[in-house]
Design a binder for this molecule. Structure first.
Ligand code: C2E
Ligand code: CA
Ligand code: CA
Ligand code: CA
Length: 278
């Protein structure tokens, strides 16, 4: 999907400077996608392998264009740059909470849902009302909702977003530090943040079994989480070997293709019933 255009200018990518006509087209299409109801959430379960149950799910956005399903890598960067990510995230909060309520009614699902929160959402003064109404309208307790903020989002905006994080925490909403280990967290800050989970970045999981140092990073993050009283989860677990090492290092909650790819809400439902704690 990352192709060089006719003039040899890259049309997709982290830097969207020098936007060409294709970019404008994509922006217009994305704008309409919201109105036309083309956004979808797929869900990937978070598994506690020690207990053998689902402890939550992460909502991951897809764009169902008329001719193809588009991955977030191909539209989230543009959405963030243009600000379209704000209405998209609002939609995701409402849709994810609606889905959780539907799973609860149909399959007795009592776990949570994680929604990815970009830093732009914290520029809004009504974020708390949005979150409150999203869970409240479906009669869900706020602790059913987990917001995933990347370590980068947290650390580069901490002073601006900390008051809001504290208020969210007081409501009962939980905060996860996504892609943990990639963003140079200040450890001093970590002890004061109202967070409840560290999510070990996929890059560390993929190093497991490749080098001995890979294991040391996991051991260190698990020890840190324990010392701070936080949960820890590993993302991008693809092999039994990785799962085995993680388990032995004390990280028993995992997410990855080994267990399930992200799937639509209707397909995941029955799975959630079968994998709950009795
Ligand atoms: P992320 O939040 O770190 O999400 C994890 C990504 O890893 C997802 O990619 C997921 O499908 C993928 N993944 C899960 N298990 C495995 C595995 O075992 N192996 C490998 N190789 N990959 C795995 P996806 O869905 O393409 O999303 C990519 C990124 O796009 C996300 O990274 C997140 O930063 C962003 N994104 C996705 N949905 C949303 C959203 O609703 N809002 C915002 N703001 N960003 C989103
Ligand atoms: Ca995430
Ligand atoms: Ca992640
Ligand atoms: Ca990641």
């Amino acid at each position: 999907a990352k192709t060089a255009g006719r003039n040899n200018c890259v049309t997709y990518g982290p830097s969207l400077a020098g936007r060409g006509p294709e970019m404008l087209e994509l922006e217009t299409a994305l704008h309409k996608a919201i109105e036309r109801d083309e956004l979808r959430l797929y869900y990937q379960p978070k598994i506690d392998v020690a207990k053998g149950c689902v402890v939550g799910v992460e909502a991951l956005m897809r764009w169902q264009r008329p001719d193809r399903l588009v991955s977030p890598a191909d539209f989230i960067p543009l959405a963030e740059e243009t600000g379209l990510i704000v209405p998209m995230t609002e939609w995701a909060l409402r849709e994810a909470t609606r889905q959780v309520r539907a799973w609860q009614d149909e399959y007795g699902y009592l776990g949570g849902v994680a929604v990815n929160m970009p830093s732009r959402m914290f520029h809004r003064s009504d974020l708390l009302e949005l979150v409150t109404s999203s869970v409240g309208v479906h009669g869900l307790r706020p602790d059913r909702l987990l917001l995933e903020l990347t370590e980068g989002t947290l650390m580069t905006n901490i002073d601006a977003i900390l008051p809001t994080l504290r208020e969210l925490n007081e409501l009962g909403v939980r905060i996860s530090v996504d892609d943990f280990g990639t963003g140079y967290s200040s450890l001093a800050y970590l002890t004061t943040l109202p967070i409840s989970e560290l999510k070990i970045d996929r890059s560390f999981v993929q190093n497991l079994g490749v080098t001995h140092k890979g294991k040391a990073v996991i051991t260190t993050i698990v020890a840190l989480a324990r010392a701070l009283g936080l949960s820890v989860i590993a993302e991008g677990v693809e092999t039994q070997a990785q799962a085995h090492i993680l388990h032995r290092q004390g990280c028993t909650t995992m997410q990855g293709y080994l267990f399930s790819r992200p799937v639509d809400g209707a397909s995941l439902g029955p799975w959630l019933r079968d994998f709950q704690l009795a």
